[in-house]
Design a protein around this ligand. Structure first.
Ligand code: SF4
Length: 229
């Protein structure tokens, strides 16, 4: 399997269980040396919605589960506010092992680990992806060959692109951890996640049209506090 949009990976997984087994024992990049547990992801593999963050944090590393710390609790609460249980969706991260001291993943770590997220996307085939934070949003923009103006300028917009034969719709927003530091951005995250959930319902009922789709030039008019969230 070779495609520019997959970053050139030839060994994507077609079997879910072998992929999960390989993630938990993976030593492809330096992050294996400092992790306690790799965090493949969890949730409904038949879900229309996939939520993708940056990388596991301390609690996630200890438990081997995604979004189970304070930011995860906030995400769970936001989803519940829209009538969605976190078990209804599939939740994962771009990078499956915790970077030391919660630093940002390095480019080579992200690229090496991308085989797993690409495989998860191609196996789950979500209708909507909610990308949480700058790193996750940029990962999708890179796959779609789009420029990335930063999360504060692009959050809440609808990105559409293709990875191999999979057409994807991605709504980027701030990472919930950012709302723990800056409560004023919580309303943006709630609004963006609500928009993504509504979009997934419209797609399911066949009411999906071009409404709301933008080019990157439209995104430059976006707003809000920080590109590091
Ligand atoms: S971060 Fe990804 S590539 Fe690196 S060791 Fe963990 S699972 Fe493997």
């Amino acid at each position: 399997m070779h495609s520019r949009n997959t970053g050139g990976w030839r060994d994507l997984y077609s079997d879910w269980n072998s992929m999960i087994r390989d993630i938990v024992s993976c030593r492809r990049c330096r992050l294996h040396a400092t992790r306690k547990n790799a965090v493949p992801g969890e949730g409904n593999v038949n879900s229309k919605i996939m939520i993708v963050g940056e990388a596991p944090g301390r609690t996630e590393d200890e438990m081997g589960r995604p979004f189970v710390g304070a930011a995860g609790n906030l995400l769970t609460k936001i989803l519940r506010g829209f009538g969605v249980d976190r078990g209804d969706v599939y939740i994962t991260n771009v990078v499956k092992c915790r970077p030391p001291n919660n630093r940002e993943p390095m480019n080579d770590e992200t690229e090496t680990c991308s085989i797993y997220l690409l495989s998860q996307l191609l196996l789950i085939k979500p209708k909507i992806v909610i990308a949480l934070g700058n790193h996750a949003g940029r990962w999708f923009a890179d796959r779609f060959n789009l420029q990335w103006p930063g999360i504060s300028r692009i959050r809440g917009r609808v990105l559409e692109g293709r990875i191999m034969d999979l057409e994807l719709t991605v709504v980027p927003t701030y990472h919930p951890a950012a709302a723990l530091r800056k409560p004023q951005i919580l309303k943006y995250i709630e609004s963006d996640i609500g928009k993504a959930i509504e979009l997934s319902k419209r797609k399911d009922s066949g009411k999906d049209h071009a409404e709301g789709r933008k080019t990157l030039l439209d995104f430059i008019a976006g707003s809000s506090p920080s590109d590091k969230s």
